[in-house]
Design a protein around this ligand. Structure first.
Ligand SMILES: C[S@@+](CC[C@H](N)C(=O)[O-])C[C@H]1O[C@@H](n2cnc3c(N)ncnc32)[C@H](O)[C@@H]1O
Length: 276
């Protein structure tokens, strides 16, 4: 993997074993959005695809299955620990996914390389969105498609509203800043910056899925511990503070909890699409 700036230059840094938990506990939340973002770009066998801010690789793996043995998937992220999990989880099938440690604003790919650039829950963390989307445009071939998702405001997402409530009880300024960053990229900003970057057919819409999470008693803590704001709670108050914060999440979601302890919660994200 090529050398790159440190993960702590980004707004979403995970350390220790958090990337492993990210992969486990984020999977059910991300799954329907992976389908939505892939549907938005109409991948075909043979396509060249970039998963930008790939994290542990949910989108890259699904894209690889769609482009098949004649295609190619590249995955770039600035966090080496996330990429390690991604590489370990990538199925050994054609096409192999090419994982690269690289920041969104300095992509190590030639001009006009990709048929599609996908970015799931990454745009809100880029230090300079204009430069990053300019890079996405540069590496796309003319006519290539771009799609990104970013969470709608936390108060429109009951699960994240519950995490926010836990933060107000157990968090600190650092945790709040980390949290706010994840919900800081509204549709209007994305569409404006994509248009400025020269993209055409820039369209945004909200997508909402009702997602059933495994037993909240376990997953609320596991998921929180895999978020930067959960890590900040734990760093400041220790494991007990994290446990108490997770209990607040569980209690706040009582209305969404099923008799078997699972919870079915609506999640809403902005999906923006554009053509280079
Ligand atoms: C919420 S995670 C999303 C990961 C993945 N796309 C997914 O669907 O699960 C945000 C990711 O953005 C990455 N990231 C943040 N800033 C970045 C940057 N400037 N360049 C590349 N990746 C970045 C983080 O390292 C992290 O893996």
């Amino acid at each position: 993997m090529a050398s790159s700036p440190k993960a702590d230059e980004t707004g979403f840094q995970l350390k220790g074993s958090a990337p492993e938990r990210y992969e486990e506990y984020s999977a059910p939340i991300m799954a329907p959005f992976v389908e939505a973002i892939l549907d938005a770009v109409d991948l075909c066998p043979g396509h060249q695809v970039l998963d930008l801010a790939s994290g542990t690789g949910f989108v890259a793996r699904a894209a690889a299955a769609q482009v098949g043995p004649t295609g190619h998937v590249a995955a770039a992220d600035v966090n080496e620990a996330m990429l390690k999990i991604a590489a370990a989880r990538a199925p050994r099938m054609y096409p192999d996914i090419e994982f690269t440690l690289a920041p969104a604003d300095r992509l190590p790919y030639a001009d006009d390389t990709f048929d599609a650039v996908l970015c799931q829950q990454g745009v809100q963390f880029f230090p300079d969105l204009r430069v990053a989307l300019g890079e996405a445009s540069r590496v796309l071939r003319p006519g290539g498609r771009f799609a990104a998702t970013a969470w709608a405001a936390w108060d429109r997402n009951p699960y994240f509203a519950a995490q926010h409530r836990a933060l107000t009880e157990y968090g600190n300024r650092e945790a709040e800043t980390q949290f706010e960053t994840a919900f800081s990229c509204p549709a209007e900003r994305l569409t404006a910056v994509l248009t400025e970057a020269g993209f055409h057919e820039v369209v945004s819409r909200d997508v909402t899925f009702g997602i059933t999470l495994p037993s909240l008693a376990d997953s609320a803590r596991g998921h929180l511990s895999a978020m930067p704001w959960g890590q900040a709670i734990e760093d400041a108050g220790g494991p007990d503070a994290l446990t108490q914060a997770a209990e607040t999440v569980t209690e706040t979601l009582t209305d969404h909890t099923n008799p078997d302890g699972t919870a079915t919660v609506p999640f809403t994200s902005t999906l923006v699409t554009a053509v280079r």
